[in-house]
Design a binder for this molecule. Structure first.
Ligand code: G1P
Length: 298
């Protein structure tokens, strides 16, 4: 079985849900506490053993490429002013030279099209895909979990979580088959089905291990839900020839592409940090108490 060496991280989305903040700044650079959203996906990928990350970018996203580069002036200033902790933190986040590639998706045509844009750099090997809006929290990273299942099953593996049955139309939804390892065989995949047509409430949470044959299918994939070239539709076609497995994620994924998810992530990550949990917890208690008083008075 081939090792998963490369990961694709699509960062070309326009981020319309976060306007006006994202008018001139990529949504992937919005900070969760003090790290940009995209940094969490990169850390998760390297922790799972990934050696090379392919970012699929678009116009107005150049700042992401700069972020993953050395910043000599900043390093010089931190050295001169003796800011050792910040310096070490910056150095630990920097991918080694040559471990990243940046590819342009020239026009937004959907997730399937973005992944297809990475085909030449990935080549003929299985690869990981991480959607950076979805930020993994708690326990081991989500990609490490599906990599474990992949080591047992091979084929294609996707991470899933349960959603409210009424919210299946927000996600890709899978059907549940026989248990295998800590996961199960996938019997169906549907992109954003109405609750009545959903095969379950297990939704695809943005972490995938895919075989390279997906690229050929993406190359001639018809437009699907929302008029976009959907990855899920190409996965359905691939599943006619290759098995798909799903791993329910043991941690929790925050959808930082939505305002609620983004705020929840900021609170969860702040409460998980020794240097922040005390004051943030006190502030939350105060907010809740004052909110309750207001409700009672109303
Ligand atoms: C994409 C996928 C969908 C998945 C979701 C997770 O949808 O197409 O299957 O459930 O990401 O965030 P999007 O959020 O781009 O509409």
């Amino acid at each position: 079985m081939k090792k998963i060496r490369k990961a694709v991280i699509p960062v070309a989305g326009l981020g319309t849900r976060f306007l006006p903040a994202t008018k001139s700044m990529p949504k992937e650079m919005l900070p969760v506490v003090d790290r940009p959203v995209v940094q969490y996906a990169v850390d998760e990928a390297f922790e799972a053993g990934i050696e090379h990350i392919v970012f699929v970018t678009g116009r107005n996203k150049a700042v992401i490429e700069d972020y993953f580069d050395l910043h000599p002036e900043l390093i010089g200033t931190l050295e001169q002013t003796g800011k050792k902790t910040q310096l070490e933190a910056l150095e630990s986040m920097l991918p080694v030279a040559g471990a990243t590639s940046f590819i342009r998706q020239q026009s937004p045509q959907g997730l399937g099209h973005a992944v297809w844009c990475a085909r030449e750099v990935i080549g003929n090997e299985p690869f990981a895909l991480l959607l950076p809006d979805m930020v993994s929290f708690g326990g081991r990273g989500c990609l490490a979990e599906i990599t474990d299942l992949y080591a047992q099953t091979g084929g294609n593996v996707i991470a899933v979580e349960r959603c409210e049955p009424s919210e299946t139309n927000k996600y890709g939804i899978v059907g549940r088959g026989a248990d295998i390892g800590g996961g199960f065989e996938v019997t169906a995949m549907v992109e954003k089905p109405a609750p009545a047509n959903a095969p379950s409430n297990f939704y695809i949470n943005g972490r995938y291990i895919l075989q390279p044959e997906i690229f050929q299918l993406l190359g001639n994939q018809q437009r699907g839900a929302g008029g976009e070239i959907q990855l899920t539709d190409a996965m359905v076609r691939l599943s006619k020839d290759q098995p798909f497995f799903a791993q329910p994620f043991k941690g929790r994924m925050f959808d930082c592409g939505s305002k609620e998810g983004f705020i929840q992530a900021n609170i969860a990550f702040a409460l998980a940090r020794d240097d922040m949990k005390g004051p943030v917890f006190e502030m939350l208690q105060e907010f809740v108490q004052s909110h309750e008083r207001q409700e009672e008075a109303a």
